[in-house]
Design a protein around this ligand. Structure first.
Ligand SMILES: Cc1cc2nc3c(=O)[nH]c(=O)nc-3n(C[C@H](O)[C@H](O)[C@H](O)COP(=O)(O)O)c2cc1C
Length: 512
């Protein structure tokens, strides 16, 4: 893996237009205003219940692709002005584009390329004066802390409690090297000043906590509970475990994320956030947590022990917005399109940095457990063993290893984001007895319902499916039926005259 030094802006090699960093919204409110101006947000002024109702409304509305983000303005039992945002990115490419300062109307593959470029540059955070930070408008410190004033919600009927952190960003410090990690992890309210933190095996914050505890030390933690989407998107990606992930947020936005010094702890926190918590996890501090309706579309694991956080301080804006992420089957799953775009970009960048040539596209299908379970790689086969190599690396690289079960390689005449094309390739270029390999004992999570009993779940398996034309017989492999290029161009020119609306379809493969 190519090392990138902190503090240096590294330009991506993906050929996208130069970043217009000033286009990225500065905070959640600016992003909301831009999305609302385009009709991509719906405000709900009617009072709603935190107990299942916001979750149900979001699920019902999100059965359609491109459903709006939902801003609930009045929530039962919450102070006036306290709001909750659901379906922030949802299945909307345009809301994702707005988050990272890109124009609306881009295709899936164009957005993946823009993400690749963002992740390939690193812009370290800047520190601003605490007095200038909008999140420092209101404080609750020590005995004043009461997290129950915020519109935390039970998302699903069998959830074990009210969740305050789902679309969040959790910051911890590596106890050895000192770099800051940011991850998206669920947090459940226990009482006024305690929240649970669920971490799957191998997640960075979990490794940090375990290392602090092994030395008998507490682990400090910051959680952003009202988060801007660019921070949320980046926090939910897996980066090499040796780098400060906040630098990637700057890269995605094209501008540094602004931090302020911690008020009660030593970790800094995002100045432009809506709501931020500072806390500690003392050694062996665990409490029963969950279950929670998860990204798989099932309740993950039964109630079990999870980290117990003591909340030392909470800072928030006036009329704060708590951000929620509904986990569900597609397209109602908040992480599905997010991973289809950002995780695909991470895997593609990893393959490129490892030096695998000929990669023409990567796509993590959003319907496969929120983008976690399936990775499709399109490549130009250049040498014997090329496709199996790409498969094995895509399956195990940092950006793509967690949970993925189905890794599929297709030739470069197949658009990996086109399900019909991928199924066609699997049906006509894959001979199952020859072309499927299995990896065993791979990285997974207690949340995978396919493995029982639940304690077994962190060890999973992966199928590597080679749906490329057989390399040995590439020259003689049956010829695909393709429209001739000259005919295509002639017809495309006469498209309107022939009486067809719109532009002629682009074809990925033409007979030369
Ligand atoms: C909305 C959402 C919620 C998530 N919740 C959790 C969670 O509760 N626990 C967990 O371990 N990972 C969760 N993830 C996945 C992690 O955020 C993701 O694997 C990320 O890479 C973790 O950061 P890390 O690599 O720095 O550990 C969630 C992702 C999303 C998008």
């Amino acid at each position: 893996m190519e090392e990138m030094s902190v503090g240096v802006v590294v330009e991506g090699s993906t050929g996208a237009r130069p970043r217009a960093g000033d286009l990225a919204p500065r905070d959640l409110r600016e992003w909301l205003a831009r999305a609302e101006a385009l009709g991509l947000v719906k405000r709900i002024a009617e009072e709603v219940d935190w107990d299942e109702e916001m979750g149900a409304i979001t699920y019902m509305l999100s059965q359609e692709i491109d459903s709006p983000a939902l801003l609930f303005e009045r929530i039962r039992g919450c102070p006036p002005g306290f709001q909750a945002l659901w379906n922030m990115v949802g299945s909307s490419r345009d809301r994702f584009a707005l988050a990272i300062g890109e124009p609306v109307g881009l295709s899936v593959m164009e957005l993946i390329q823009r993400c690749r470029q963002g992740f390939n540059r690193m812009i370290p955070p800047t520190e601003i004066d605490p007095g200038q930070a909008p999140v420092n408008t209101n404080h609750m410190v020590g005995d004043e802390v009461d997290v129950t004033i915020f519109p935390a919600a039970r998302h699903w009927p069998r959830d074990g409690g009210r969740y305050i952190g789902t679309a969040d960003a959790v910051i911890t410090r590596d106890p050895d090297a000192g770099w800051l990690n940011v991850g998206t992890y669920r947090m459940m309210v226990h009482d006024r000043n305690h929240v649970g933190l669920y971490l799957s095996p191998g997640k960075d914050a979990r490794l940090h906590i375990e290392r602090y505890w092994s030395r008998g030390e507490p682990c400090e933690i910051v959680a952003v509970w009202g988060v801007e989407p660019a921070l949320f998107i980046t926090a939910s990606q897996t980066f090499p475990k040796t780098m400060s992930e906040l630098d990637f947020v700057g890269g995605m936005k094209g501008a540094p994320i602004e931090l302020v010094k911690g008020r009660v702890g030593s970790l800094p926190y995002p100045a432009q956030a809506e709501i931020v918590m500072e806390g500690v996890i003392p050694p062996n501090s665990l409490k029963m947590e969950g279950p929670f309706g998860e990204f798989t579309g099932y309740y993950g694991r039964p109630e079990d022990l999870a980290f117990l956080v003591e909340v030392k301080a909470v800072h928030y804006r006036d009329n704060p917005i708590l951000t929620h992420a509904l986990m569900a089957d597609y397209p109602a799953n908040e992480c599905a399109l997010l991973y289809a775009l950002a995780r695909s970009a991470r895997v593609w960048n990893d393959l490129e940095k490892l030096g695998v040539p000929g990669i023409k596209g990567v796509y993590c299908h959003p319907a496969a457990a929120g983008g976690f379970a399936m990775t499709i790689v399109s490549l130009e086969q250049r040498y014997a063993g090329h496709a199996p190599q790409a498969l094995a690396l895509a399956a195990q690289c940092p950006g793509g290893a967690y949970f993925s079960k189905w890794i599929i390689a297709v030739d470069d005449d197949v658009d990996p984001s086109d399900t019909n094309q991928v199924l066609w390739a699997m049906a006509t270029r894959c001979n199952p007895v020859e072309d499927i390999d299995l990896l065993r004992q791979t990285w997974s999570t207690w949340l995978d319902p396919t493995q029982n009993p639940p304690e077994e779940r962190p060890y999973s398996s992966k199928a590597l499916i080679n749906a490329c034309m057989e390399h040995r017989y590439l020259k003689t492999f049956s010829k695909r039926t393709k429209v001739g290029r000259k005919v295509y161009e002639r017809v495309a020119e006469r498209w309107k005259a022939l009486g067809f609306p719109g532009a002629p379809p682009k074809l990925r493969a033409l007979e030369e």
